[in-house]
Design a protein around this ligand. Structure first.
Ligand SMILES: [Zn+2]
Length: 59
């Protein structure tokens, strides 16, 4: 599976290292998207997104 993706807050680049290879600033972990069916907000997002897709003619 995917490794933990870290992001440099200064360069705003993504890396897998704890320290940014460009500026040396400590990177921070970004929130991984949740796809759990038990995640109520995930379900909310899917429902909220549906009308948007309809409006764009994608569904
Ligand atoms: Zn950096």
């Amino acid at each position: 599976m995917a490794k933990h993706i870290l992001k440099c807050p200064q360069c705003r680049i993504y890396t897998l290292k704890n320290l940014c290879s460009s500026c040396g600033v400590a990177t921070s972990q970004i929130k991984p998207p949740k796809y759990s069916p038990e995640d109520p907000y995930g379900d909310y997002r899917r429902k909220a997104k549906y009308p948007d897709l309809v409006a764009q003619g994608l569904l």
